[in-house]
Ligand binder design. Structure first.
Ligand code: FES
Length: 137
């Protein structure tokens, strides 16, 4: 838990440190465990319920590690208008790739859009989306 202490210390003096800490913990450990929640709460002088509430509110935070690669598919309004729901419905069931729903990647005018390993993919059609998923599997 030394690394967790370092993450907490790196952000503790900032205004609004909780979200940056949670993002770093998620990136470092692949999830935000109950032990991490307890330690973060203690470090920020918050209740465990306050930290847990933030963790459970945001889709970016997970309570257990999932080793599958992630494709973040935007299903917000502009991408919906450009047909993302039909693309999502046509995706075969995935057990080797986690397809996460996100709401807007800032690529609204060139949607449907997705994010893989921090790299944006725009103007998706069924073939492009399936190729992205297959490349991750
Ligand atoms: S609505 Fe999909 S990128 Fe903005």
């Amino acid at each position: 838990m030394e690394r967790l202490n370092q993450i907490i210390a790196a952000h503790a003096g900032r205004e609004g440190p909780l979200l940056p800490i949670l993002h770093d913990v998620q990136a470092e450990f692949g999830h935000v465990s109950e032990d991490a929640i307890r330690q973060i709460a203690q470090g920020l002088n918050l209740s465990r319920a306050e930290v847990h509430g933030v963790v459970s509110f945001y889709h970016d935070f997970h309570d257990h590690a999932d080793p599958r690669p992630v494709l973040k598919l935007c299903r917000a309004e502009a991408c919906q208008a450009r047909g993302v729901e039909a693309l999502a419905a046509a995706l075969p069931a995935q057990d080797r790739v986690k397809v996460e729903t996100v709401y807007c990647l800032g690529l609204c005018s060139v949607g449907p859009s997705a994010l893989v390993d921090g790299k944006p993919h725009a103007r998706l059609n069924s073939a492009k989306l399936n190729a992205l998923v297959e490349a991750l599997a």
